[in-house]
Design a protein around this ligand. Structure first.
Ligand code: SAM
Ligand code: SF4
Ligand code: SF4
Length: 413
């Protein structure tokens, strides 16, 4: 069953973020309220759990945004409703309108605020490159704090999450940002820059230099849900990257959602992606960086990252001269690497990632066998609580020993 549907409401935006994946030249009309409600009805019928209002422009500029969110909340069938916004238009009136949308016992409503940059230069270079108005950064910060104060005063439950895109260019700014927001907001989420866009070259060179085995996981966004564009095109996946790749499977002006989901085109594409059948999957997926995942596709929360950051920062626990092999590709490793990313320059830090290896067939995967030479010359850190013994036993058979990441952090102070 489909978990999530992203509904893009408009194309218009009041910012011009440097990194934005969207085509700013689209002058197409925004979605009509009727079409938007129809999409919500379809989603409810299809048993979808999560509705995400986001997509193609700035959601708060859509004149009927409150009406369509309230419509979705009042259906009382969705578990989560999320609204993505840059918060520039989150003025007092908009705050009041949003806070008047009442959550209920079934539906949780969350506001995701996309604001990268504490330092003015960072904010402007990421989100306001033409310096249209140098007060934008302050406006956004003020709006978000006003929203939270009002929410608290009125004891409304809507959760507020702020979202930072972490890249080489802004990692010096990231901790100041977290320190500013950490006690003010419900959660800080850190994501990476979609590597497919504007950083592709440097991304590839980093991969070649540092990684032993990067092609770890195949895309599974199509399994989570579809994206409905303002023009009612249905795209096969709900990942933001698909707004660029455009793997179109139908259009809701001509078909219902269940017709699209039951169509041969959708099913064939789905099956081809599932089986990694290169001949038959949407051609645009072959150019999409998300077809393969690697640890650069991080989404972590600051609260979970904090312990790593504190450990690394306070005790200088990683020795830059040490050569390390990391085992494991799960959440722990992602947090760990994000923490490293903030504290060190990854490119100066000599490490390899080994997701899986033949001896022991870790996690039933049969990827490359790491050469003994690589293992012999490195300290081996196992980033997995669950598989620690399995991995270590297999390493022992190769004549080397791994240590658990938490022991490593506490020992090497
Ligand atoms: C395209 S925006 C649309 C909604 C709204 N205008 C906003 O910025 O939140 C949806 C999300 O995509 C993210 N995004 C856009 N381009 C990106 C990129 N190249 N890498 C990572 N995230 C990106 C934005 O930060 C935002 O959180
Ligand atoms: S990321 Fe959001 S705010 Fe920034 S340009 Fe794209 S749509 Fe607009
Ligand atoms: S490969 Fe890219 S465009 Fe294709 S389904 Fe995955 S995320 Fe979407």
């Amino acid at each position: 069953m489909m978990k999530a549907i992203t509904i893009g409401v408009n194309y218009k935006c009041n910012l011009n973020c440097t990194f934005c994946v969207l085509d700013k030249n689209i002058k197409a009309a925004e979605i009509s309220v009727d079409d938007c409600k129809k999409n919500i009805d379809y989603a409810a019928q299809a048993g979808v759990e999560t509705i995400i209002f986001s997509g193609y422009g700035e959601t708060l500029l859509y004149p009927d945004i409150i009406e369509v969110i309230a419509y979705a909340v009042n259906k009382r069938v969705f578990k989560n409703i999320s609204l993505y916004t840059n918060a520039l238009a989150l003025d007092e009136q908009m705050t009041e309108n949003l806070l008047n949308i009442e959550e209920n016992d079934v539906t949780r409503f969350r506001l995701f605020i996309s604001a990268t940059g504490y330092d003015y230069n960072v904010y402007n270079s990421f989100q306001n490159p033409y310096y249209k108005d140098v007060t934008f950064r302050d406006k956004v910060y003020k709006n978000v704090q006003y929203f939270i104060n009002q929410r608290n005063q009125n004891k409304v439950k809507i959760r507020a999450v702020i979202k930072y895109i972490l890249a080489d260019e802004n990692k010096h700014d990231f901790l100041d940002y977290c320190r500013f927001w950490e006690d003010k907001i419900d959660e800080i989420i850190i994501t990476s820059l979609y590597p497919a866009f504007n950083q592709l070259q440097s991304f590839k060179s980093i991969v070649d230099k540092n990684y032993y085995n990067t092609k770890m996981t195949l895309c599974s966004f199509f399994k989570t849900g579809v994206d409905i564009a303002p023009n009612q095109d249905v795209l096969i996946c709900c990942n933001g990257a698909c707004a660029v790749a455009k793997p179109i499977v139908g259009n809701l002006k001509k078909q219902t959602l269940s017709e699209v989901l039951n169509s041969k085109k959708y099913k064939d594409y789905y099956k081809a992606l599932e089986e990694f059948d290169v001949e038959n999957m949407p051609k645009c997926c072959l150019d999409c960086e998300f077809l393969f995942f690697n640890e650069y596709n991080i989404v972590v929360t600051y609260s979970s990252l904090k312990q790593y950051l504190e450990g690394l920062l306070n005790n200088k626990k990683i020795d830059k001269n040490e050569k390390i092999a990391f085992f494991g590709a799960g959440v722990i490793l992602k947090r760990f690497l994000t923490a490293l990313d903030v504290v060190y320059d990854k490119r100066l830090f000599d490490y390899v990632i080994i997701d899986s290896f033949k001896e022991g067939r870790f996690a039933n995967k049969d990827i490359q066998k790491p050469s003994k030479v690589i293992l012999d010359e490195r300290k081996i850190i196992i980033c997995s609580d669950t598989y620690f013994d399995d991995i270590n036993n297999s390493l022992n058979k190769l004549g080397v020993e791994g240590i658990l990441y938490s022991n490593y952090l506490s020992k090497s102070a």
